[in-house]
Structure formats: structure tokens, C-alpha cells
Design a binder for this molecule. Structure first.
Ligand code: MOS
Length: 757
């Protein structure tokens, strides 16, 4: 089995590499969007609806307007035109909440903006927003937790275009289920969850004539530009979006939200820069969340454990106007071999803000359901859940009928089992004990998409021996700055500390969204192409410019390796560092542009590209005080070649900790009276913290997937969360005898445990 070994060369690919942006962050030098300041900057604070369903009857701004330091209370009648935007396939114009802010007087969710107070300071703006009096015509909000599908046609509009609700089908799953020897027929529920990046969302908007500049903590600056250009009736060249650092996002910052348009419109009306930063409460209301899902899963199998039928019918809730679809069936059609399968979905509208992708959207709640069902099937069959998965390993992607690019799922399970000590498992409920605690063991598989978004980059080599790489993608904290430096260092031999990485600006070559765990995979070929072109440019300089020691050579005579230009005939030791060559020819720099195509929109893909993994979980159960803890997690990830194992392991560990929260804690609760998310703060919305973190062991298989890019690197930002909750509920069943199918696991659920000693 391949393991990560540091190569003897100078290339940092595969080497544990601390973040190059780390010192900026820990010293406070990193500028996050709302850190910027400008002369004359005004502060905007949105005014929120305090009902979730009804109509804005009257807005009384008189008291607020009189407050000293208040510049304006802007609302529908005086904020100026904000146009609608539409989807612009393939990759722009995307927004989950499409309605422009203040577009009408109808209130459809709690916290919908009805005005924005703008003042000289944040404190005055906040006081003014609080002083605005709004009266509403109220209807009862519908935040009902029981999801029934809307009466929608079989093909529906979604945020990303038209989709069929029949997601995948093969064979005759109903018939195969009816005649199956062993059956599982259960419904699994995951609650609304809210992203809680530490950096709050916010916008600074600056107009200069017809030019609009935005500082925003965006996971997708080019998409944001395309939406804003439409909303303000500008050519996209007139809009610039800058995102230098992002204090994480988990998906909530992928697509534009209404506060951004409010800031732009306010800045336009007042002729001054305007900064709007949301409160933590607003982060629960108006910038997305993972929707509630309800998934009916049916498995039919033989007595030996071979799957014969798999049906998944799933629902997610969404806002009144939006098109969000939580793709819970993402991993279903290809994960296991099963001749008869159907995946079908529906949606249910509620008086809530729009859902949006949250780390591992679709696959994470989807795998909670399907992997839980697999675990229940294994228990019913009395076979080892690892063995059940081995029995159903597919040879190809049976959903698409194409081979896998690189799939080592069984090896993940095998290695995970060895590292965890799975062979010592006694499957009987409540039978395993240690130090007076009851142990529960459980497992789950994990999968996530792979591939590339279109990407461009530029690479410069400079006369001081340094290099610069630029791309309009973002680093949301996952390590993109560092990865790009590693790629350039690998190609050019320039050490990491002499590489400047420039990201997060729409004036740079277009880059991918920081989403789908796809940035690294997308950037490899674009940066390599750019570096190759910079080197070609360098060799051209070497053969054409006066002052070069290679004036009598042709370009084909020359080579570039580890930062040196040399004649192939003489070898690298006789060559010169590229900095010398540039100085001797009086060149400050050479530059190369690079580009790579996306894979996700391929009509007929030849291979099925995904990452795989598994989690082995140990919980401890202390029945006397009904205390359940996740004690130990062994995770194995088949994520292609790992470029930075340090940042990579960090991603997986963070995801596992998030998975503990998903299984035990996270849950956004909507008040049935007024529709407000009532635990809308970091005290009442529980997430796992350091004290909840289990002992974690992370292994990467490190098989390069060269269908994705020349290095074989896939993404690893999301897969670590997939499956964790299913492994925890399986371990919980093993310890307590209680089967929890609705997350999060609550203490009340466990009080029914018969395992009391
Ligand atoms: Mo991720 S939910 O694609 O930011």
C-alpha cells in the first residue's frame, strides 16, 4: 500500500507544509473583508422583519431619521432600483435567494430585511435600526417539521437550473424489494443546521461613478460579480469583488445574499462607501442553512447480504420563493452494487430563509440515511457491517454505467479496521466494556464528488529569484494559498518563502468557487500550464535577448530544471539561475498564463470521479447519568494524491469534529409561534468544541487519480464529514440498544436504553 513519503527532491508536493498565510493570520495582518476602512465610510444595519409570514403594513422611520449621525433609513420607496438577476449557465448568476431585497412588502421568513439604517458609526446605525417601527399584517408561519412533498411537476426549477425529480433508476426496485428475503424500510431525518463560521458575513460597497467595488467574504467572487452586475444594471467589467481572506464559510458564503445588494444600493444612494456586517443572529436568518431532510430508505437483500433493491425517496424543506435542492441522492446510485434502484426527491416550502449548501451538501445527510440503513441491514442479517459493504462493492459506477477513475473503498475499510482493532468487536449490544463504561462501535462509508471547475492562473518568474502566482479563486481557510505556492515551487524550483500568491480579486484570471472541495483539483492543471508558459517565455528570452549567455542557442537546445536554465548538452550545473538570466537581459519578469477546462458539465463523462473513505467510531456510554461521548475515530480517506498532508489531515479532523456535532448537537430550531430560529446564537446553538473532540486518527491512501489532474490530487474539504453521523448512531446502538434515526441524538432518546449497568 502506498503511504506518504517525503521525496528526496526539493518539490514540496506531498510534504507537510505549514500555511504560508499563517503568520499573517496570527499577527493580525490578514485583512478580512470587514477589516477594510475608507474615508467617509458609513455603516449600515439592516432592519429585520419580526414575523415570518404576512405583510409589512407600515414602516415608521421618523424617530430613527432624527437621531444624530443618521444619514438615511433606506427602504423600498427610497433605496433606488435593484434589478433581478438570473442564472447564467454554466457557472454564473447563481443565488439561492433570488428575490432582490425590499422587492415587495410580503414577508416570507423571519428576519427578512425591510429597511437598512445608515449612519456615521455602527453603534448609531444599530440604534437607528432598532428605532424603526414596523407594523405587520400577520399570518401563522408554516415551519412544520413533518415534511410532505409539494405538488410539483416531475421536472422542476432549482437554483442550478431544471432538474428531474427522478434522479436515478435501474431495474425494477419495487418488485425486487417485494420479493427480497431481508428488508429495511425506515425513514431518517436530519434537522436544519446553521453554518457558524467565526467571520460574520458582510459587505463594503464603494461606488466610483459607474464602477462598483465590493469587499466581501465570498467563496465565489466571479459569481458574486455576475449577480451584482445584473442587480445594478452594470457591465460585469464595472464590478470588482475583493476577498483576500475568509474566516471560513462552510458553504454559507458560496452565493450572494441580500445584505450585499442592500450595501451596494445604500452606497449608491448616499454617494459614500457603506459597510454592512451581519449580527450572529442574522447569520441564522438570512444567509442560508442546511435544510431539514426526511429520507425514506428501503433496502432489499438476500439472506447472504447481497443487495437486490435500494430505494431512496427524500425531501428537503426550502423557502417560499427559492429553488434549493439538497442532493441527498448524490452518492446513492454508485456507492454499492445493486441491480434495482430508484432515487427520487421532492421539496416542501416553509416560512424560513433559503437553505444553501453546507459542508458536503446532499451527500452528508444522504449518506447518514443510506449508511444507517446499511448498518441496520447488517445487524438484521447478523453479519459484520464491513463484510456487508465488501459483499456489495461495485465493479463500475452502476448509476452511469462507466468505470471509476480510482476507487479504493475496500482498502479504506480494511486499513481502518486494522488501525481501529475492529476484529475485537463483539457485536452483541452492550457487551463491550472498559473502565466501567460501555463501549459502542460503529462504522460508515464516505464519498464525495471529484473533478474540476474551469480555472485560469498566471505565473511570473522575477529577477530577484522570486515568483508570483495569481488566480481569482479564494482561500476560505482550507489552505489554497499554500497549495498554489507548492504547485509553483514544484514546477519552478522557487522555494515557498519566495513565492507570492495572489488570490481573491476579480481583476485576476478567473478562478473556481471555493466549493465542492474542488479548488485544489481544479487549480493543478491551470497553475502547471501557467508555469510551463512562464518557463517557455524564459527560454525565449534566453535565446533572443542580448545579454543572455545562451544567445547562440535555440530554444530546443535549452532546458529548465529546479530554477536553472541550461543547455541540455552541458547539463544543469553549467546553467544559470533564472534570476541571473533575467538580470543580465534587463528583464524584471517573465509571465505565463494557464488554463484548464472543467469536468463537471461533461455530457458524457468517461469515468466516474469521486473520493471515498470510511470512519470507525467508538462511543462510551455511561448509563447511570445517560452520558454518551464519542471517544475515538479512525478515518481513512481515498482522496487521490495528497499535496499537503498537514492541511489535509487538518481538514479531515475538522470535519470529524463537525460530524460529532452533527450527530449529537447541531440543530436549528424554528419557533412555531413566530417562525424565528430561536437558538440563533453561539450559546444556544450547540456545536462540538475542543472538549467534544474524540481521539482522531486520519490516514490517506494516497493513490493518484490522474483523470482529475496530472498530480492525481482530489479534494478533501468535505468528505471527512460524510458518514460520521451514521457511524456514531451505529456505535450508539451497539452501546445502548437505541436506534436513533433522527438527528441529533438527544439524551431523551437514550433514556429508553435497556443497557443500564
Ligand atoms: Mo462547500 S458546502 O461546497 O462550501
Amino acid at each position: 500500500m502506498p503511504t506518504i513519503t517525503e521525496t528526496a527532491t526539493t518539490s514540496p508536493i506531498g510534504r507537510q507544509t505549514p500555511r504560508i498565510d499563517g503568520p499573517f493570520k496570527v499577527s493580525g495582518a490578514a485583512m478580512y473583508a470587514s477589516d477594510f476602512n475608507f474615508p467617509g465610510l458609513l455603516y449600515g444595519v439592516p432592519v429585520e422583519a419580526t414575523i415570518a409570514n404576512g405583510k409589512l403594513h407600515k414602516l415608521d422611520t421618523s424617530e430613527a431619521e432624527k437621531m444624530p449621525g443618521v444619514r438615511a433609513i433606506l427602504h423600498r420607496a427610497n433605496i433606488g432600483k435593484i434589478f433581478r438577476s438570473v442564472l447564467q449557465p454554466p457557472n454564473s448568476g447563481i443565488a439561492d435567494e433570488r428575490r432582490p431585497p425590499l422587492a415587495d412588502d410580503i414577508i416570507r421568513y423571519y428576519g427578512q430585511y425591510i429597511a437598512v439604517a445608515v449612519a456615521d458609526t455602527f453603534e448609531i446605525a444599530k440604534a437607528a435600526a432598532d428605532a424603526v417601527r414596523a407594523t405587520f399584517t400577520k399570518d401563522k408561519p408554516n415551519v412544520n417539521l413533518d415534511l410532505q412533498p409539494e405538488n410539483e411537476p416531475e421536472t422542476v426549477e432549482t437554483t442550478h437550473g431544471r432538474l428531474k425529480r427522478l434522479q436515478s433508476e435501474r431495474g425494477d426496485p419495487d418488485k425486487a424489494f417485494a420479493s427480497a428475503q431481508v428488508k429495511i424500510d425506515q425513514t431518517y431525518v436530519t434537522p436544519a443546521e446553521t453554518h457558524n463560521p467565526i467571520e460574520l458575513q458582510g459587505t463594503i460597497a464603494i461606488w466610483d461613478g459607474q464602477m462598483l467595488t465590493i469587499y466581501e467574504e465570498s467563496q465565489g467572487i466571479f459569481n458574486l460579480r455576475s449577480v451584482l452586475a445584473q442587480m445594478f444594471g452594470l457591465p460585469k467589467e464595472n464590478v470588482r469583488v475583493i476577498t483576500k481572506f475568509v474566516g471560513s464559510g462552510f458553504g454559507s458564503k458560496l452565493w450572494p445574499w441580500t445584505h450585499c445588494a442592500l450595501a451596494c444600493a445604500a452606497a449608491r444612494q448616499l454617494g459614500k462607501p457603506v459597510k454592512v456586517v451581519l449580527s450572529r443572529r442574522m447569520m441564522f436568518q438570512s444567509v442560508g442553512h442546511r435544510p431539514r431532510t426526511q429520507q425514506h430508505v428501503r433496502l432489499g437483500a438476500t439472506n447472504e447480504g447481497k443487495l437486490e433493491s435500494l430505494m431512496q425517496d427524500y425531501l428537503n424543506d426550502l423557502d417560499i420563493l427559492g429553488g434549493y435542492h439538497e442532493n441527498c441522492g448524490e452518492a446513492t446510485s454508485y456507492f454499492y452494487s445493486v441491480p434495482n434502484l430508484r432515487v427520487h426527491w421532492g421539496r416542501t416550502r416553509r416560512n424560513i430563509g433559503s437553505p444553501t449548501p453546507m459542508r458536503g451538501p446532499g451527500a452528508v445527510p444522504g449518506l447518514f440515511a443510506t449508511e444507517s440503513a446499511m448498518n441496520e441491514l447488517a445487524d438484521q442479517l447478523k453479519i459484520d457491517p464491513v463484510r456487508l459493504r465488501e459483499l456489495n462493492e461495485p465493479k463500475i459506477d452502476e448509476g452511469k454505467g462507466i468505470p471509476f477513475s480510482s476507487r479504493h473503498y475496500l482498502e479504506c475499510l480494511q486499513l481502518g479496521g486494522e488501525r481501529f482493532g475492529w476484529a475485537n468487536r463483539n457485536p452483541e449490544v452492550g457487551s463491550m466494556k472498559r473502565d466501567g463504561l460501555i463501549l459502542g462501535w460503529g462504522i460508515s462509508g464516505a464519498a464525495w464528488i471529484s473533478g474540476r471547475f474551469p480555472a485560469q492562473a498566471s505565473v511570473e518568474l522575477r529577477d530577484d529569484g522570486s515568483a508570483r502566482v495569481a488566480c481569482g479563486t479564494q482561500d476560505i481557510g482550507t489552505g489554497t494559498y499554500t497549495i498554489l505556492a507548492q504547485l509553483v515551487s514544484d514546477k519552478t524550483g522557487v522555494p515557498l518563502n519566495k513565492i507570492e500568491v495572489v488570490l481573491g480579486d476579480t481583476s485576476l484570471p478567473p478562478g473556481p468557487i471555493s466549493g465542492g472541495s474542488l479548488v485544489t483539483g481544479s487549480m493543478v492543471p491551470a497553475v502547471f500550464d501557467a508555469a510551463d508558459n512562464a518557463i517557455i517565455s524564459l527560454l525565449t528570452v534566453a535565446t533572443t535577448e542580448s545579454g543572455s549567455p545562451f544567445g547562440n542557442r535555440t530554444r530546443d537546445d535549452l532546458a529548465f530544471e529546479s530554477g536553472r536554465v541550461f543547455a541540455k548538452a552541458d547539463g544543469p550545473t553549467k546553467g544559470v539561475p533564472f534570476s541571473d538570466l533575467l538580470r543580465s537581459t534587463n528583464m524584471r519578469l517573465v509571465t505565463g498564463s494557464g488554463k484548464s477546462e472543467g469536468t463537471l458539465d461533461e455530457k458524457k463523462p468517461k469515468v466516474s470521479m469521486h473520493s471515498y473513505g470510511c470512519h470507525f467510531v467508538e462511543v462510551t456510554w455511561q448509563p447511570a447519568i445517560a452520558r454518551l461521548r464519542v471517544n475515538r475515530v479512525v478515518t481513512v480517506i481515498d482522496g487521490g494524491r495528497i499535496i499537503n498532508p498537514l492541511a489535509g489531515r487538518n481538514q479531515i479532523e475538522g470535519a470529524v469534529v463537525m460530524g460529532v456535532g452533527m450527530a449529537l448537537l447541531e440543530h436549528t430550531i424554528y419557533d412555531p409561534q413566530n417562525g424565528a430560529p430561536i437558538n440563533s446564537n453561539l450559546a444556544d446553538y450547540l456545536m462540538s468544541v475542543n472538549a467534544d473532540a474524540p481521539l482522531m486518527e486520519v490516514h490517506f491512501l494516497n493513490y493518484p487519480d490522474t483523470d482529475v489532474n496530472p498530480l492525481g490530487a482530489r479534494g478533501i474539504g468535505e468528505i471527512g464529514l460524510a458518514g460520521v453521523a451514521a457511524a456514531i448512531t451505529a456505535a450508539t446502538y451497539h452501546a445502548t440498544g437505541v436506534r436513533v434515526r433522527e438527528l441529533p441524538i438527544r439524551i431523551e432518546d437514550l433514556l429508553t436504553s435497556s443497557i443500564l449497568t
